[in-house]
Design a protein around this ligand. Structure first.
Ligand SMILES: NC(=O)C1=CN([C@@H]2O[C@H](COP(=O)(O)OP(=O)(O)OC[C@H]3O[C@@H](n4cnc5c(N)ncnc54)[C@H](O)[C@@H]3O)[C@@H](O)[C@H]2O)[C@@H](O)CC1
Ligand SMILES: Nc1ncnc2c1ncn2[C@@H]1O[C@H](COP(=O)(O)OP(=O)(O)OP(=O)(O)O)[C@@H](O)[C@H]1O
Length: 392
């Protein structure tokens, strides 16, 4: 163990070309400040396939199977000496997609209505009726059985006219909103909070209370759009809660960094993976997805990047499609399939699947509609994109 420690922390720069020796070493440790390491775990045996371990501080890892499990198996002493070096970036599309396919529930007559997902969307105001609609309809198109929208009264009738599929509750702006909405919570598997919520302090206050209650009820939820504005004001609301995923665009991400890290971060189409990880850690290993030209998601331990598909069209609503899809996939990733061989923890797999799906919808829609592409065109293509990526 001493040797391993010395080699990786002090003895850098020699290069490591002998696979056999590397294998012995990698059994004891994981070193991530090296370039192009490919590590595979099979039958509990850790094998290093790379012929290039060098001292570069830039590291880019392909998928490391069962990484979190492996990390836990390291001795406490070694974990602490390596703290700060454990940062793994996975971009292995095929392996991640394969793990996502493993949790997609089969279409079978053995399931009853509701089992594939009862999703709640909290959002919708007089100004914004499209955003909650896009989130809720996307949840249904991805495969949830039921989608409820909890919105402010002026939005309710409008949203109902968009779709008879949605169950719409005009509750968010009522005086007993928290208790009235909580009555529905036991029936829901997961929530999207934020699309079209607006910034009315009374509504945001209600949503703050609801977040507290959802945590007490141990529910999964995704925070997007105006709910992220609330989190910049009250980051402690979600600190350390493992069942929340934040989905900021670059502007929302910059605001979160200012609020939580105390740093000015310039909004940029491509996030710094290191910054996303830093923010996730500052939130107590909460999962953060920075949407952009490349989507970057981290729980502070593992970071996944998604760059497939996508388009050059930046019409509004694409983030809502992503958030609604993610709520379903989050439920599936935590509740279905065998996770023993999964390439990443469920929250990151759900994020990866949602990003990949949204970007595939964007790619398909753009190829048909070009500059005229809107989110409605993308929603229509969810089935085609889903089948292509994950099967029927
Ligand atoms: N049809 C609808 O009802 C829609 C409603 N939406 C809702 O609209 C509300 C406000 O959302 P916004 O996203 O406008 O949030 P903000 O009101 O915080 O505005 C952010 C601004 O930053 C700009 N921006 C985005 N990316 C940038 C970048 N990389 N660099 C610099 N500027 C950038 C945007 O154009 C936007 O004007 C939310 O409730 C949201 O859910 C959106 O979801 C879009 C669709
Ligand atoms: N510069 C970009 N190039 C390619 N794809 C992008 C780019 N920026 C965002 N995307 C993709 O668009 C989708 C939505 O991200 P976006 O940043 O538009 O979210 P948003 O602003 O929250 O959306 P909304 O309009 O619903 O509020 C994501 O899947 C992301 O991958």
């Amino acid at each position: 163990m001493r040797f391993v420690h010395d080699f990786f922390l002090k003895g850098r720069g020699k290069g490591y070309t002998d696979n056999t020796t590397a294998t012995a070493v990698i059994k004891e440790t994981i070193v991530l400040r090296f370039q192009r390491i490919r590590v595979t775990l099979s039958k509990g045996y850790h094998r290093c396939d790379s012929s290039r371990l060098n001292q570069s501080t830039v590291f880019r890892c392909t998928l490391l199977d069962k990484f979190p499990l492996f990390l836990k198996s390291l001795s406490t002493q070694f974990q602490s000496s390596c703290r700060g070096l454990h940062h793994l970036i996975s971009t292995n599309d095929e392996a991640l997609l394969a793990s996502c396919r493993a949790f997609i529930p089969s279409l079978t007559n053995a399931l009853h209505k509701g089992q594939a997902g009862r999703i709640g969307v909290l959002g919708g105001s007089e100004e914004y009726t499209g955003a909650p609609y896009f989130a809720a309809i996307s949840a249904l198109k991805v495969g949830a059985d039921i989608a409820h929208v909890f919105c402010a009264k002026p939005a309710a009738a409008v949203i109902k006219t968009y779709s008879p599929e949605l169950i719409v509750h005009p509750l968010l702006d009522t005086d007993n909103a928290v208790d009235a909405i909580m009555e529905w919570v036991p029936r829901m598997h997961s929530f999207v909070i934020g699309p079209g919520l607006g910034r009315d302090p009374k509504i945001l206050n209600t949503v703050g209370h609801l977040i507290e209650r959802l945590k007490e009820a141990d529910r999964l939820f995704v925070l997007d759009a105006d709910a992220l504005f609330l989190i910049t004001e009250k980051p402690e609301l979600i600190k350390g809660y493992p069942k929340v995923i934040l989905t900021p665009n670059s502007v929302e991400f910059a605001r979160l960094c200012t609020a939580v890290l105390g740093e000015e971060v310039k909004p940029a189409p491509s996030a710094s993976a290191e910054k996303v990880r830093e923010l996730a850690i500052a939130f107590g290993h909460v999962t953060i997805l920075h949407k952009g030209a490349t989507d970057v998601a981290s729980n502070g331990r593992l970071t996944v990047c998604c760059a497939g598909g996508g388009s050059n069209r930046r019409c509004g609503g694409q983030g809502d499609l992503l958030a609604g899809s993610l709520a379903v996939l989050f439920h599936w990733a935590t509740g279905f399939g065998d996770r023993a061989a999964a390439a990443a923890p469920p929250e990151l797999l759900a994020v990866y699947a949602a990003c990949r799906l949204t970007r595939e919808c964007a790619r398909l829609a753009y190829s048909q509609h070009g500059r005229s592409t809107t989110t409605t065109d993308m929603v229509r293509l969810i089935h085609q994109a889903f089948s292509f990526l994950f099967g029927p």
